[in-house]
Structure formats: structure tokens, C-alpha cells
Design a protein around this ligand. Structure first.
Ligand SMILES: [Zn+2]
Length: 464
């Protein structure tokens, strides 16, 4: 039996709340109504985004109340009037800010909002709606009202949102949840160039809870190919090229040299991120998430002094425990799990332990993905389990949207790189710009502490 999207969501919520999966599943088995004026294109667009995000998380989301339905929450956007007796999440967006919370914000002003900022607001709206569904048991800090101040985040001059941007030849590592979210946001910009998308995994049923470009017809297809096929029509001037292999195995990597000028990172695990650093990328735009609690965005341009991917995702103790537990669960040596992808040999061993699995489905799969599938079959609920939880769609899309915004902004204004290279934000709280920092190299970085790697980095990227 494979995990379904609703199983993935129930497991994520169960782990967050410390309750049983059945109880969490019941909490998500609800209807949400989204009410917005049909005549206002800005609030209509926001409402559509909220529906798309939430429909991956709860049972049903509708724009019009049906007779006899009892929605758990009603999301009311802009000046619209509440149409049910359900508890309300009020959301509003103006040119200056986006606001969502349990109280009405007041009449909104003029509306000329870039669709990516609207998408950002939709992610926070979906989160707030889910928090209202969970009610008193919600375990994480949150803001009410939650305010996204566009000027603080993106500057007073936001013309760059409208301007055309050239990606050149760029690689995206990871066509999963964050990779999906990144392209979902990027489609609202006029982007030119060539984007290679590398991911060795296939789409599973469980992925559908968080990958907005995938539907049930994509299941079993390669993630990279399915993502490119769905997204390409939205990018008339950006050529998307799929590679159903890890980034290390794309054709250009074999030639070596300065092939990886620009890398966008949306992969799953810390170890995979560190391995990407070994490809010695020139520029890195990276986003990750820690369960449902936090997202991180990080940037680096070699050979500058700031933190590289290996500095940020330096090996931590919990990660070792995590890998050791995955190994133990599978009955493997730790080295096997660190090989990152299931080899033919390993697939045979796994199927011996789990006869319900098929060898050919496992070969090439990342161990984390395999582990998620196995967790769906046994009722594991451990600290290990928690680390590989698949977050909700709106969390991944929030990470992808910030990644797209910062990527486009920095391609227009390279001087911004000196302001910060690292930022943490919560999907449940107003974003805090104070948390933007310039992280130095990590003295424990397994890449930067090797003189030969630093020298090669300078040789490859020092001259620009
Ligand atoms: Zn480093």
C-alpha cells in the first residue's frame, strides 16, 4: 500500500500536535469556504491561490457555500461579506502590505499587486486557516494579525517585479515540493534563458499533498520530466530541460570545469545539499524547510567569504541519529543509507524485509523518500519520523515563493548580496527582517576546510 496525499497530511499534523493519525485525519476532513468579491481581480487571484493551496491539505475547498454544508472555517478576502456562520479568517492585501488574522482589517486601498506577492499572502492565509481548523491545540508560535510588509521585505522600489530577467543557463536541483513551489511562483515573472531541472525520483501518490504542479496522472512518472511538462507552457521565453538523474550526473557535469554557474536548490536532505556543494557551484539560491515550523532561504556566490551550502547544512548530531535510525529500520549498514540512493543490491535487500514493495520501484529512490513510504505502512512515530515529515503544500510553496522573489531580485540588484545571505521565517508568523543575517563560513564546514577545494573554487569562479 502506498501513502496517499491525505495520509501524508494527517501524519504531518499528527506529529506536530502529538496526537494519533486518525484524529489528525479527522481534523483535516473538513470543508473550507473562500469568499472574495468576483469583481476585483486582485482579491479573486488571491482567493484562487488560497483554494489551490488548501485543497491539497483539507478535504474540500469551495468558493460558493453549498446548502447543508458546515465549513470549519470561512476565509473572507478584502471587502467581501461573510456568507456562513463559520469562524472567519480575514485576509486583505494592499500595495504596501498583506494582512491575515481573526479580526477584520478594515477597508483596503488601491490594488495593483504583483501576483507573486499575492501568492505569498495566499500561503500565509492557508496557514492561518489551518491553524483555525486546529484551534486550541495548535503547538507553534503564531501572529494574529500576521502582517507581511512588502516595503520592508522587498524595498520601496519594486519595479524589478515587473522587469524581464535573464536566468542564463541555470540548474534546479530537486523537482519535489520546493522545486514545484519555486516554478509555481516564478511563472509570474518574465524570465528568459535555460533552466535544467534535475531529480532522480519518481512522483508518488504521497507527493500530491505538496507538489502543486503534479496530479494523479503524473504518479510513477519522473519528477523532473513531469514538472517540466506541466510548467513549460507558463514560460514562453525560458527553456526547461528535464534530467531524471541527480545533478551530479547531468551531461554537463561530466565535462567538469565551470559548468555550474548558477544553482537553485530545492532538494530534501541536508546531506544531499552538502553533496551539491561538491559540484562547486558559482552562485547558489537555496530554500529549505524544517518540518512545518520554519523555512530557510540562503544565497552564496563563490569565491566570496560567506557560508556555502556545506557551511549552512553542516552535519548535525540529529542528522546522524536520523541516518542511523533509517539504517536500523531497513536493517542496513549506515554506509548504505549514506549512499543516498537505493542501489539494485540494496533494493533486493529491502524487498526481502518488505515483500510488499517492488524492487524496480525502489532502485534510484532517495532513502528519505523510501523511509516516508515505509512510515505510511507501519505506525512509526519517533523523533526520526518527525524529521522526514512532508510538510503541507503552503509551507513548501512559501519556501519556493521567497526563493523565486529573492532570486529575481538579486539578478536585478547584485549589490543586495552584501545585505544578507541567510534568512529564517515561520509560515505562522509575520516575517521578521531582523533575522536576515550575513552568515560567515562555518569552521566545521567539510568543504571550506579543505584547502584544495577552496583553491579550485577560486580558480573556477575567482575571475569574475
Ligand atoms: Zn563551506
Amino acid at each position: 500500500m502506498m501513502m496517499t496525499a491525505s495520509h501524508e497530511n494527517a501524519r504531518t499534523l499528527a506529529a506536530a500536535l502529538g496526537i494519533g493519525e486518525d484524529q489528525a485525519g479527522q481534523m483535516l476532513d473538513v470543508e473550507v469556504i473562500v469568499t472574495a468579491s468576483p469583481h476585483d481581480p486582485v482579491t479573486h487571484c488571491l482567493a484562487e491561490n488560497v483554494c489551490q493551496l488548501l485543497s491539497r491539505t483539507v478535504r474540500s475547498v469551495t468558493r460558493t457555500p453549498q446548502l447543508q454544508t458546515q465549513p470549519a472555517v470561512e476565509v473572507v478576502i478584502g471587502d467581501a461579506t461573510q456568507v456562513t456562520a463559520a469562524p472567519v479568517v480575514w485576509a486583505d492585501v494592499t500595495e504596501q502590505r498583506f494582512t491575515v488574522g481573526s479580526k477584520r482589517v478594515g477597508p483596503s486601498g488601491t490594488k495593483n499587486i504583483h501576483p507573486t506577492l499575492s501568492l505569498l499572502g495566499a500561503c500565509y492565509t492557508a496557514g492561518t486557516a489551518l491553524r483555525m481548523v486546529v484551534r486550541d491545540t495548535f503547538p507553534l508560535p503564531f501572529s494574529d494579525p500576521l502582517i507581511v510588509d512588502f516595503e520592508k521585505l522587498f524595498g520601496s522600489d519594486r519595479h524589478w517585479l515587473q522587469e524581464s530577467v535573464d536566468l542564463g543557463e541555470t540548474y534546479l536541483a530537486g523537482a519535489g515540493a520546493v522545486g514545484n513551489g519555486f516554478l509555481f511562483a516564478l511563472r509570474h515573472f518574465h524570465v528568459r534563458g535555460m533552466l535544467h531541472v534535475a531529480d532522480p525520483d519518481s512522483v508518488s501518490n504521497g507527493n500530491l499533498n505538496r507538489c502543486l504542479w503534479f496530479t494523479s496522472s503524473d504518479v510513477d512518472g519522473h519528477k523532473a520530466e513531469r514538472l517540466v511538462s506541466s510548467a513549460q507552457p507558463f514560460f514562453p521565453d525560458l527553456q526547461l530541460i528535464p534530467h531524471a538523474v541527480p545533478l551530479q550526473d547531468v551531461p554537463a557535469a561530466r565535462g567538469g570545469g565551470p559548468w555550474l554557474k548558477r544553482l537553485i536548490v530545492g532538494v530534501d536532505s541536508r546531506r544531499v545539499r552538502r553533496n551539491l556543494q561538491l559540484e562547486i557551484p558559482g552562485e547558489v539560491f537555496d530554500a529549505s524547510k524544517t518540518g512545518i515550523a520554519e523555512i530557510v532561504v540562503h544565497f552564496h556566490r563563490a569565491p566570496a567569504d560567506g557560508a556555502c551550502l556545506s557551511c549552512i547544512y553542516v552535519q548535525v548530531e540529529g542528522e546522524l541519529n536520523h541516518e542511523a535510525s533509517v539504517a536500523e529500520l531497513l536493517g542496513f549498514a549506515l554506509e548504505d543509507v549514506r549512499a543516498l540512493q537505493v542501489t539494485a543490491e540494496a533494493a533486493r535487500k529491502i524487498c526481502f524485509h518488505y515483500p510488499q514493495l517492488r524492487e524496480e520501484d525502489l532502485i534510484g529512490l532517495a532513502y528519505d523518500s523510501l523511509f516516508k513510504q515505509l512510515c505510511g505502512q507501519s505506525a512509526l512515530r519517533t523523533a526520526v519520523d518527525r524529521q522526514v515529515l512532508a510538510p503541507f503544500a503552503f509551507v513548501s510553496v512559501l519556501a519556493g515563493t521567497y526563493l523565486a522573489l529573492e532570486c529575481v531580485r538579486r539578478l536585478h540588484h547584485t549589490h543586495l548580496e552584501r545585505r544578507f545571505n541567510y534568512w529564517r521565517a515561520s509560515p505562522w508568523c509575520s516575517p521578521v527582517t531582523r533575522l536576515r543575517t550575513q552568515r560567515p563560513k562555518n569552521p566545521r564546514c567539510e568543504f571550506c576546510t579543505q584547502d584544495v577545494l577552496r583553491r579550485v573554487t577560486r580558480e573556477l569562479w575567482g575571475g569574475r
